[in-house]
Design a protein around this ligand. Sequence first.
Ligand SMILES: Nc1ncnc2c1ncn2[C@@H]1O[C@H](COP(=O)(O)OP(=O)(O)OP(=O)(O)O)[C@@H](O)[C@H]1O
Ligand SMILES: [Mg+2]
Length: 397
Amino acid sequence: MSGVTIVSGNPRLEAAFVELFGRSGPVRRIWSNQWRDPVEVAMDACAADPELVVTGADVGLEMAELVVPEIDRLFPSVTVLCLMPRLDVATSLLLLRLGARDVLFEGGTRDEFRDAVQPVLDLARSRHQRRDRSVGVVRRRVITVVSPKGGSGKTTVAVNLAVGLARRAPKQVLLVDLDVQFGDCAAALGLRPEYSLVEAVDAVNNDRSALKVFLAGHPSGLGVLAPPEDLVAADDIVQDQIKRTMAAFAEEFPFLVVDTAGGVDRFALAAMEQSTDLLIISTTDVPSIRAVRRQLNVLDEVGFTTQRRTFVLNRANAKVGLSVAEIEAAVGLQATFQIPSTRLIPVSTNEGIPVIERRDGGSLARRFDLIAEYFFPTPDADDRRQRRRGARRRGRR
Ligand SMILES: Nc1ncnc2c1ncn2[C@@H]1O[C@H](COP(=O)(O)OP(=O)(O)OP(=O)(O)O)[C@@H](O)[C@H]1O
Ligand SMILES: [Mg+2]
């Protein structure tokens, strides 16, 4: 997929693009009143892997200022053109500095508009073609799996998600186990790592070229960075070292999935700061749900508001007297994914074979695969999701 995605509530802008540029590629328009943060807008804008994203004048400067740098950060091969109701030098300079390729007046005659947009579109096309083909349409993501309580299913979700992503993009995904005291991602994958975070932290300070040596390789193509065996060594690692180590690995891997210990320790904080996404896990009991709400409040207070938050409800079928809607209302997030309570999960943890890879994984494996699809939609999956959205909308009417 490629073409132009217009972020605007204005159908006339879409019609103008279809008329002027529709012959050279698909033109889509997206708009929602439900967008919660600029990362989400950026993700929707780039979901179909466009060459050019155009923000309409109705997006407004305040929103454009937030969305443009997110697109630039998360989708570096996508060019952004901002349309404004009027042009002034200060606004243009600001948006250009934030990563827009050009800032143009949305009005004017048809010919003026075409002559102004055409060069930006040509440039966008060649830039898109030049991108690193080995990465395909992979969108760079750092996904940190968090939960205020222990035992809620973080490792289960992190491991299955990481394998699901690695199956889509082998050698492009790293699972970082930041539960430094009791981390068990490697065991859940049947791996016995030789090295750990301690050696990787050292290498970041000394010789970055050897970083990958410290990873354990899983047959799915996933790399795993294990926590240190020696708890005293783990104690010496400071937050800044974690940040630098993660940043170094993020240059090598388009996808980082980070498992954390329960609560918010210094490792989780360092990871969250570098994250594009927080995957928030809770079971259905009231203390867990209250704790998630409190954790989200704390994250708001400390300014972790730009990461997209996705809520996974684990053991969702447990009969606890609360409906999913009540849980969602208490948490303040929609449960994008629900995982039932099933014996298959502890069995696969114990055997070191993630559910997503098991022959008997069935619909549970499919659920985990959907989480991977959510973070790395393949073009086919994009089409499927559009159809599902369409069907849901038709159902609501
Ligand atoms: N949906 C489920 N159904 C049945 N068992 C589950 C489910 N989710 C997790 N478990 C089991 O619960 C235990 C805790 O799960 P997991 O290790 O994924 O949680 P965690 O949040 O990583 O825990 P910790 O905070 O100790 O790291 C494991 O034994 C796992 O197999
Ligand atoms: Mg765990």
